[in-house]
Design a protein around this ligand. Structure first.
Ligand SMILES: [Zn+2]
Length: 251
């Protein structure tokens, strides 16, 4: 009789429990996020929460350990926004490669780097091919929800707009407040030290007017998002990745 795959939060386990988990399902998931303004309606940890919830859904079907969310990330068009923490890219890249090499040394066979923040893609693409080449027996899967399914499951993405809002409504509606998308907020209060960046320093496509309900968004109007829309894409991705991981464990 097949046993139910077990997944656990890596950091909650004692050494004996970690050894059992790894021996039964040598899969490590690492959700990669950051803290960044995600519009009036979404939490600042949106990207990491999205990545973690998606990892949990996949791990429910494959088993494995889920590492604590990597909250320190880098890059994007929201550096000037209040509540955004971007870190030096070289620091982020060093933590990424060090941790992946440690997981390989600890005998995980499949390592899933699930990035909720899209600029992670460039760092992953820079750092991971060399590690993969050095460890051909390990399966490294990396990307954002928009890219990790490759051509098999391409999902749309944006920033805090229609697509990400749909993912949030599907994965953690309890942390989304669509009523917060209201007009007429105070401009100065929305910026660190009351300073809105001058026009030349604004990322193209991002809404910089705090009085606009779509403040900080990049993409189509978040108010067009829905849980159904998010779920349609995420459930396909979950099916696909669970299949890929199960095959990789067997190999
Ligand atoms: Zn995001």
């Amino acid at each position: 009789m097949p046993t139910t795959p077990q997944w656990r939060h890596y950091h909650e386990l004692r050494p004996d429990e970690l050894a059992v988990l790894r021996d039964e399902n040598p899969v490590a998931f690492w959700p990669l996020g950051l803290l960044e303004h995600h519009g009036w309606h979404l939490p600042v940890g949106f990207d990491g929460i999205k990545a973690e919830r998606l990892c949990i859904r996949i791990a429910e079907r494959t088993g494995g350990g889920i590492l604590p969310v990597m909250w320190w990330g880098t890059g994007g068009g929201h550096d000037a926004f209040l509540w955004t923490h971007y870190q030096p890219p070289e620091a982020v890249a060093a933590m990424l490669t060090t941790t992946v090499e440690q997981l390989i040394a600890f005998d995980f066979r499949v390592i899933v780097l699930m990035a909720g923040h899209y600029p992670w893609q460039g760092i992953l693409d820079d750092c991971l091919p060399a590690i993969q080449n050095a460890h051909k027996d390990i399966t490294l899967l990396w990307g954002t929800e928009a890219s990790i399914g490759g051509d098999a499951v391409p999902l749309p993405g944006d920033h805090a707009a229609k697509e990400e809002t749909s993912y949030g409504l599907a994965l953690f509606p309890e942390l989304v407040d669509m009523d917060a998308l209201m007009p007429g907020r105070n401009e100065a209060a929305a910026w660190p030290a009351g300073r809105m960046p001058p026009e030349g320093e604004r990322h193209p496509g991002v809404v910089f007017e705090a009085h606009d309900p779509l403040f900080a968004q990049f993409g189509e109007d978040a108010r067009q998002g829905s849980a159904e829309r998010g779920e349609a894409g995420l459930s396909k991705l979950e099916d696909y990745l669970a299949g890929v991981i199960r095959e990789a464990i067997k190999a």
